[in-house]
Design a protein around this ligand. Structure first.
Ligand SMILES: [Zn+2]
Length: 335
């Protein structure tokens, strides 16, 4: 299947950030030495990108690691030579060649042992009489009913875990009904949120309730609270209200933002997302929270920075437990 090639090809082509991003890091470090977190703040690059770029720049003697007391910082080496991107291109060509060899192996109708040995420089093997080509068997594996059933069961009972537990608050790991990019859930959320598609449809509610049962069983919560939106709209509020009504838990409107934040999605890394929501939430009716178990609802889970910030605030007020429940979890969020 030619489509199978797209994913590994994508990874090879994008294994290095663009040269522009390298320049961003160099420019930032020319102004002042920075640690990793501040480098993420200044550049709005993902942590993984910052790390790849940093390693390359150290490798090319353009920056170096310096200890400032206990803090590790990166310092631009004045007089350093220009970034040499030829190295990256060579490595990419090498990997592309490897990939095409792999494709050739898959598509070969000759003896596979012979293929592998020739690739490794051994021409002595001609025909192994053991591989599927020598035996003229199809390499396809067709799952039987037993496995089909197991796969189906897995798909129906799999809910992404939200790993948010920390020592600094009473938040516990939560659960999502689905991945954002998985099945059509992400597309539905997107339509409701950004294309005026109306309230989240009922089957997302059913799916989310199933995820709740899967994770929390019959556990009772004292209050259902939802994350107030960045842009106006009652989508999450209405959704959380339906959840509360179905589970017969009290529902609250009282979680508020003290000031406006920017949408989290414009930030590429956790440091900036965390900065963006720091100290922005408040809850006036503290008695509703003290000693209580809170079910905290949102539509999309990305970095978890927002939920953790809210949990921190609730813990300060005295909440006993904060459990997040969302519709979809993004993949590859930079945490
Ligand atoms: Zn063979």
């Amino acid at each position: 299947n030619p489509e199978d090639k797209e994913l590994p090809e994508h990874f090879i082509k994008n294994s290095r950030p663009s040269i522009k991003k390298y320049e961003k890091v160099i420019e930032a470090l020319k102004k002042e030495p920075l640690g990793e977190w501040n480098l993420m703040r200044k550049t709005n690059l993902k942590q993984t990108q910052v790390r790849v770029i940093r390693a390359d720049l150290i490798d090319q003697d353009i920056i170096r690691e310096v200890m400032y007391g206990r803090d590790k910082k990166y310092e631009y080496q004045f007089g350093a030579s220009e970034l040499n991107s030829e190295k990256f291109e060579k490595l990419r060509d090498f990997k592309m060649n490897e990939l095409s060899q792999m494709v050739n192996y898959c598509e070969s109708t000759e003896c596979r042992m012979d293929f592998l040995c020739s690739y490794l420089g051994d021409d002595s093997v001609k025909k192994c009489d053991n591989c599927n080509n020598c035996l003229q068997r199809s390499p396809q594996y067709i799952p039987n009913d037993h496995w089909k059933e197991r796969i189906q069961k897995f798909q129906q009972n799999f809910y992404p875990e939200l790993e948010v537990e920390t020592n600094s608050s009473n938040i516990v790991n939560g659960i999502a009904a689905s991945y954002y990019g998985f099945s059509n859930v992400g597309a539905i959320i997107h339509r409701c949120k950004y294309e005026n598609g109306g309230d989240f449809p009922n089957h997302l509610l059913v799916l989310t309730l199933r995820a709740f049962r899967h994770k929390f069983g019959d556990e009772k919560f004292d209050l259902v609270v939802y994350v107030p939106p960045t842009e106006s709209g009652d989508l999450v509020k209405n959704f959380a209200h339906k959840i509360a009504r179905t589970l017969k838990f009290p529902f609250s409107n009282e979680l508020k933002k003290i000031y406006q934040t920017k949408p989290q999605k414009i930030f590429q890394n956790y440091v900036l997302k965390k900065d963006n929501v720091q100290d922005v939430f408040s809850y006036e009716a503290e008695a509703e929270i003290e000693g209580k178990k809170i079910l905290l609802i949102d539509d999309i889970f990305d970095s978890g920075a927002t939920l953790k910030e809210i949990a921190k605030m609730f813990t300060k007020i005295g909440a006993e437990k904060i459990a997040p429940l969302v519709i979809a979890k993004t993949i590859g969020g930079d945490i």
